[in-house]
Design a protein around this ligand. Sequence first.
Ligand code: GDP
Ligand code: MG
Length: 181
Amino acid sequence: VMHNNRKEHLYKILVIGDLGVGKTSIIKRYVQQSFSSNYRATIGVDFALKVLNWDSETFRLQLWDIAGQERFGNMTRVYYREAVGAFIVFDVTRPATFEAVTKWKADLDSKLTLPNGKNASVVLLANKCDHGYDALWGSDGRMEQFCQENGFVGWFKTSAKDNINIDEAADCLVKHIITNE
Ligand code: GDP
Ligand code: MG
């Protein structure tokens, strides 16, 4: 869509992963530049808008937060519909949330296909890295291999608390969405 000579894009982006990994905190940090240690688990569907102006193009990112349903470990096709990208988040302090990452990826890939037949772009977020990453997970090579084997376009160690790598992760996702269109 052209608007005031700017090309406009609207992207539906999902933020998924187990309960308590920091999905809501990441969205709040990215969109409102804020962090709080006590968000209540929202019930229902919630989304926030982030606008990126890159050169002559505007990207409106509609970030969809899972609100309470993540305890079931999967979402409906209707929820995923028309999304073009996703963050799958785990909590570096809870290995079980990393075990769940492949399950979330499989759920997404099985229920969402882009109009061109490709899978949506997905970036993996190792959140709460302010607790230390290397001591818990070792070298980065293991995660790079995991991403290649499981079809993630990239991964980042993030902290919603200390504002680490969230903008970088979003830029990476948007760039992949653009090339995937
Ligand atoms: P969600 O269930 O995935 O939406 O997780 P929340 O965003 O509600 O976060 C769960 C808890 O983890 C909250 O107490 C947050 O304050 C905390 N949290 C979220 N992100 C971080 C982070 O990057 N570092 C730390 N230390 N705590 C975080
Ligand atoms: Mg939440």
